[in-house]
Design a protein around this ligand. Structure first.
Ligand SMILES: C[S@@+](CC[C@H](N)C(=O)[O-])C[C@H]1O[C@@H](n2cnc3c(N)ncnc32)[C@H](O)[C@@H]1O
Length: 270
């Protein structure tokens, strides 16, 4: 069950939850993402006794990492709309003695009073939201004046793939991007932070590069994406087949290259 108002429209609910978790874990294990997550936590300036909110916590790995920084008097509240994700977070937290609480909640309807937290963070969540301004406003509302806000999101249209046919590659990437409600969220976040009245807004890009085709395709399944682009009329079946043949040649030549840029955006509540 997903809370009805979640706005979680673009997550592929046809993919079974364990597959979604495998995808997230594989992405999180990449060195660039490990750096980005660590940096996003560093930007929160977590001190002893801090109260931190993690929005869309998924399996809770970041919430636990932050809970290790708040000391015994601090607390991390980690929320998610998906009970299956929260069940996995509970499973991974079993036997872990840290001040972290996982809660079923929707970012659009946070029950916490104004100015509850010293910092608030979200990673790979806004990508799936129909109303990012409203989600950000809620996150700002529950942070104390002077508190930090950090959001780490990718911009799907920054996907590069080195396959010869540029026109078809662009159409496939644009189709892929537009399947997400927040496909452009990476480039939009700095403006949303400024419009939300946040101060000291900083932007740090982190690009994830993949050159191991087998590992990348096990995660993303490019054939499936091309087939969907064909079905949607973004490319013809002939263009899709030719593109996959080009891709196959690139892979056989050992020169597969793809990248995607993430943006860590931070700001301070006045
Ligand atoms: C791609 S996962 C990222 C999980 C985790 N932040 C990470 O980086 O590993 C996105 C998560 O956001 C949650 N989510 C989506 N919409 C939400 C909403 N409206 N309120 C709270 N959580 C939401 C999903 O259930 C999912 O667990």
């Amino acid at each position: 069950m997903i809370l009805p108002s979640s706005g979680l429209h673009s997550v592929d609910q046809t993919v079974d939850p364990s597959q979604r978790l495998r995808f997230l874990d594989a992405e999180s294990a990449k060195p660039a993402m490990r750096y980005a997550r660590a940096r996003s936590i560093e930007l929160l300036e977590i001190g002893e006794g801090a109260r931190i909110l993690d929005v869309g916590c998924g399996a809770g790995d970041d919430a636990r990492a932050m809970a290790a920084l708040v000391g015994r008097s601090g607390r991390v509240t980690a929320i998610d709309v998906d009970p299956l994700m929260l069940a996995e977070a509970a499973r991974r937290s079993d036997g872990v003695d840290l001040p972290v609480e996982f809660r079923l909640a929707d970012v659009y309807a946070l029950a916490d009073p104004d100015a509850t937290f010293d910092g608030s963070r979200a990673e790979r969540v806004f990508l799936h939201l129909a109303e990012p301004e409203r989600a950000l406003a809620q996150m700002v509302r529950v942070v104390k004046p002077g508190g930090k806000m950090v959001v780490l999101e990718r911009d799907i249209e920054t996907r590069t793939i080195d396959v010869p046919n540029r026109a078809v590659t662009r159409r496939i990437v644009n189709f892929w991007c537009d399947r997400f409600l927040g496909g452009w969220i990476g480039r939009q976040l700095p403006r949303l932070f400024t419009q939300a009245g946040l101060l000291d807004v900083s932007i740090e890009p982190v690009t994830v590069v993949d050159t191991d085709f087998a590992a990348f395709d096990a995660q993303y399944d490019l054939t499936r994406i091309v087939r969907r682009a064909e079905a949607a009329g973004a490319v013809t079946p002939e263009e899709g087949a030719a593109w996959l043949a080009h891709l196959d040649a690139v892979v056989r030549a050992g020169s597969f290259f793809t990248s995607m840029t993430n943006f860590i955006v931070s700001g301070r509540k006045p």
